[in-house]
Design a protein around this ligand. Structure first.
Ligand SMILES: Cc1cc2nc3c(=O)[nH]c(=O)nc-3n(C[C@H](O)[C@H](O)[C@H](O)COP(=O)(O)OP(=O)(O)OC[C@H]3O[C@@H](n4cnc5c(N)ncnc54)[C@H](O)[C@@H]3O)c2cc1C
Ligand code: SF4
Length: 339
């Protein structure tokens, strides 16, 4: 019994941590609420910075689950403390008694319809970064014609007190630059704008992608916020913004607007935090013992985290944190229990 670990959330973090735990000699029990494993990676087409297919990372992870008990379409009904163990009851009627639980419940995409001024859910030609990934992945393309002028709006629901998300979502600047280049490949004659506050191209090779977007793809970067979006009788969009570098108001007729919806805490965060009595931060994500020194360890014995459950992360950050969480759990389980 004590060699089992429950892992809640079967995205990249949960999959990677489960495989690492298995390799360390444990029997992870992986719980995923959706019908398939893979989390948000199942939705992305090609990954920044190099454009490799998301599938090329996900498929080998999902194919390597020997020694891991996993349940899809399954949620946690209750978690209770019993002496130095946790009793986890599942929605499928099964239960497990373990010393360690790993929370890898990831993030939810910010609901772009909350930013009413952009018209998502009202105007057909306003879509999100995730919708665009769906298109790229399915190869279907837009359901409307004349895609000649396209805009990308950064920081949708991030760095925005009014939207309840003060933090930077970290991945959406580089995702916008990647998607702007991809859309230009599909519509080479199109004019593509990116409206940004600051460009946060922090990762290795991200700056190269940004330079390529300007030099090779002719993407127009405008420093300024979009203030209003409206629609004409033909269904075309009018986008009002201000170029704050030139102090110039702009009104541009567009055929498509892509909102870079940010990473918000998963809806599972608060219910799970209450079940095991741990804290969340002001940003709504799980709060580790120390963001610098112990990013995978919670304030309660035997409860650990990995991946975007503790805040926005790229895929490489998520995967390395998952491996670290497995080592932290191994160290914890090998430490003699105080009686
Ligand atoms: C638009 C966009 C594009 C991106 N593109 C890239 C990219 O190109 N390159 C890159 O490096 N990173 C990219 N990222 C970041 C990447 O998606 C994340 O780093 C990664 O998905 C985090 O993995 P995770 O497992 O922590 O979370 P998730 O992918 O969110 O997975 C969490 C899983 O937990 C499950 N879950 C939640 N609650 C429960 C519960 N109560 N019970 C059971 N299961 C539960 C969910 O269903 C989900 O399957 C992108 C992010 C966004 C927003
Ligand atoms: S990564 Fe860029 S688009 Fe995303 S919230 Fe941060 S500054 Fe805004």
């Amino acid at each position: 019994m004590s060699q089992n670990v429950v892992v809640i959330g079967g995205g990249p973090a949960g999959l990677e941590a489960s495989r690492s735990l298995r390799d360390l000699g444990y029997t992870p029990i992986l719980i995923e609420k959706e019908p398939v494993l893979g989390g948000h990676l199942t939705r992305w087409d090609r990954l920044f910075p190099d454009g490799v297919e998301a599938r090329s990372f996900l498929d080998p992870m999902v194919a390597d689950l020997d020694g891991i008990k996993y349940f899809t379409d399954t949620e946690v009904s209750s978690i209770n403390r019993l002496k130095d163990t946790w009793v986890v009851k599942l929605s499928n009627g099964l239960s497990a008694q373990v010393r360690a639980i790993l929370l890898t419940t990831g993030f939810d995409l910010f609901k772009a319809e909350k930013k009413e001024e952009y018209g998502y859910g009202i105007y057909e030609r306003v879509i999100t970064n995730a919708d665009l990934e769906d298109w790229f992945k399915s190869g279907a393309g837009p359901q409307f014609d004349n895609v000649n002028v396209i805009g990308f709006v950064h920081c949708v629901g991030s760095r925005d007190e009014k939207a309840g998300n003060r933090q930077c979502s970290k991945v959406c600047c580089v995702t916008a630059v990647k998607q702007a280049c991809e859309i230009k490949e599909k519509f080479p004659e199109a004019t593509v704008y990116c409206f940004y506050m600051d460009l946060r191209m922090f990762g290795r090779r991200y700056e190269d992608l940004y330079l390529k977007a300007q030099k090779d793809y002719g993407i127009r970067f405008v420093r300024g916020r979009v203030s209003e979006v409206s629609e004409d009788l033909d269904g075309h969009l009018f986008v009002k913004a201000e170029d704050t570098l030139f102090g110039k108001p702009m009104k541009i007729k567009m055929d498509m607007l892509v909102l870079m919806a940010g990473m918000a805490p998963s809806a599972s965060t608060q219910p799970l935090a209450r079940m095991v009595n741990i804290q969340t931060g002001e940003d709504g994500f799980f709060l580790p013992q120390s963001i610098i020194g112990k990013p995978c360890t919670s304030s309660r014995e035997g409860i650990f985290f990995a991946g975007a459950a503790t805040g926005p992360k790229t895929l490489p950050e998520t995967l390395s944190e998952a491996a670290s969480a497995a080592l932290a759990i191994d160290r914890f389980l090998k430490t003699p229990q105080k009686r």
